[in-house]
Write a protein that binds this ligand. Sequence first.
Ligand code: 4NP
Length: 201
Amino acid sequence: MALSICRDIRCLHQIGQGYTCSASALVPWGHYLGEIVSYDFDAMTKLLFVCLGNICRSPSAENIMSHLLRQRQLDHVECDSAGTSSYHIGSPPDRRMAAAAQQQGITLVGQARQFQAADFERFDWILAMDDDNYRDILRLDPDGRYGYKVRKICEFCRHHPDTEVPDPYYGGTEGFRYVIDLLMDACGGFLDWLEEVSVAS
Ligand code: 4NP
């Protein structure tokens, strides 16, 4: 069945408490959504970062974001992270990743857990590290009810051309350092974007 999408920019749809998108069409299997154009960033906001193992990239993103939130005094925003796999459930962040983060003054804390469908309701924004994570998250939402909350973190980079956060697990020290630099950029960009699209609903 063909998907019909309203592309009228004036067509603003309230798609959930606090969110507005620019295009929307009801389809038999759910609700197709266009770009989010506004979000109530004054409200309590919960962010979830997701990678494969939840021991390298997503705990780094979570702890970097918490660091930026403290700097910006945004204490109504909470962070968590999860992995799409069950490989490392219960493990602390990878030592090599923690060392690279510590060099930038960021201490990695956390314990790996697996992403679950209930996270779609619990979080306001779900930020995937790479294309595989993005697809694996959306696979748990077959009716497409929550797609508007799921983004790839590299969409928000301002200084790096990357479209994915590279998996550092099987590489060397430089790869871990790069992940930290990239995530500093992406997390800062995401907060700037939330502030830009922010409107009180
Ligand atoms: P992460 O890195 O997804 O950034 O936590 C990985 C950690 C473990 C594995 C792969 C990637 N692994 O294959 O065990």
